[in-house]
Design a protein around this ligand. Structure first.
Ligand code: PLP
Length: 355
């Protein structure tokens, strides 16, 4: 036996932080108790700090996609016009959500793996009620400069709201709301917060809070905001996960800068290792959340996956149009520099074993 436990190298779910495991091993909490309210407030405050916002972060029971849908539902009305650049599976998800909720979607399709350029914003003709952007596009490993994009968009359309998918940038890259011109953002528990899946986070700047047009029943963010101000939620929350998030944030936030440097360094090591054995990176600009390579010439994804599996590691392939063309690995979970060196060597070994 070469490994004692399998390692998840997938871009969510990820290896769990020990503080999450510790929280999840406690007896069941009741969500309408002081103890639960304290976890709820700690998780919300920690996420506000992580997002650098004076607004609110609402915890929703569901996955990251639920937070994305809740934001579109509560910030825009049917018929409103939004700009959605599409360059991967998750940016495409914004377009699909907005269309399903009756918005007019002005789509800008790019080759998957590319990033959005400010010139693309300059070319737009309004009016626009908003833009739906993706910070870290985990399906291609690309990272957009959402700060410049948001500021450019706002300078053209000052009344519009900019909403960003920050699912794999929160606690992985620096992020901010107001300071970057971003009005609202989404993430989820099974990515940078190193917890199990089950919570979506909806972050709202003070400007977005003023512009809430609550719709829906379960996903009504005005109702959530009222309940969460009291440390509760409108409906029974995944309170065990809330306690896990509070525990992890309590540990990670005091050393956040160092944590972000580690994530950047890990990804750099993985790209360097892959490129040293001839692999070609997918993204135009690399996100520290996911390392994406085209499959080596003449090999199928199943073979690469199997080579990692034989070494005790679970990786993931491409989605949508990149299915069967790429493989992806990620250390956004609980992992440090030792893991990065080990995974870099293991990757070289796995690929060289293919011949
Ligand atoms: C994981 C992920 C999501 C949300 O996916 P869920 O499965 O709903 O949690 C959204 N955007 C990006 C970039 C992601 O990586």
């Amino acid at each position: 036996m070469s490994v004692y436990r399998n390692r998840l190298l997938t871009p969510g779910p990820v290896e769990l932080h020990p503080k999450a495991l510790e929280a999840l091993s406690r007896p069941q909490l009741h969500h309408r108790t002081d103890e639960a309210r304290a976890f709820f407030q700690a998780a919300r405050e920690g996420l506000k700090q992580a997002w650098n916002t004076e607004g609110e972060v609402l915890l929703l029971t569901g996955s990251g996609t639920l937070a994305m849908e809740a934001l579109v539902l509560n910030l825009f009305a049917p018929g409103e016009r939004v700009w959605v650049p599409v360059h991967g599976k998750f940016s495409e998800r914004w377009a699909e959500i907005a269309e399903s909720l009756g918005l007019e979607v002005v789509r800008k399709d790019l080759e998957w793996g590319r990033v959005v350029k400010p010139e693309m914003v300059e070319e737009l003709s309004g009016p626009f009620h908003g833009a739906l952007l993706t910070h870290s596009e985990s399906s291609t490993g690309a990272q957009n400069d959402v700060r410049t994009l948001a500021q450019t968009f706002k300078s053209r359309f000052p009344n519009a709201l900019v909403v960003a998918d920050m699912v794999t940038s929160l606690l992985i890259s620096p992020v901010a709301l107001e300071a970057w011109g971003i009005d609202a953002a989404a993430s989820g528990s099974q990515k940078g917060t190193m917890c199990p899946p089950g919570l979506g986070y909806a972050a709202l700047s003070p400007r977005a809070l003023e512009r809430l047009k609550p719709r829906g029943y379960y996903m009504n963010l005005a109702k959530e905001r009222k309940a969460q101000a009291e440390g509760e939620s409108a409906w029974t929350p995944a309170i065990n996960l809330v306690a896990a998030v509070a525990g992890v944030l309590g540990q990670v936030l005091p050393g956040l800068e160092e944590h972000l440097r580690l994530k950047a360094r890990q990804t750099e090591l993985l790209y360097r290792a892959g490129e040293s054995v001839g692999l070609k990176p997918v993204p135009e600009v690399k996100s520290p959340a996911t390392t994406c390579f085209y499959l080596p010439e003449g090999f199928r994804y199943a073979q690469v996956k199997e080579a990692f599996a034989r070494r005790g590691a679970t990786i993931i392939g491409g989605q949508g149009i990149l299915k069967g063309k790429i493989f992806r690995i990620s250390l956004m979970g609980y992992s440090d520099i030792y893991d990065a060196y080990a995974v870099a060597e293991l990757m070289k070994d796995a690929l060289q074993s293919l011949g």
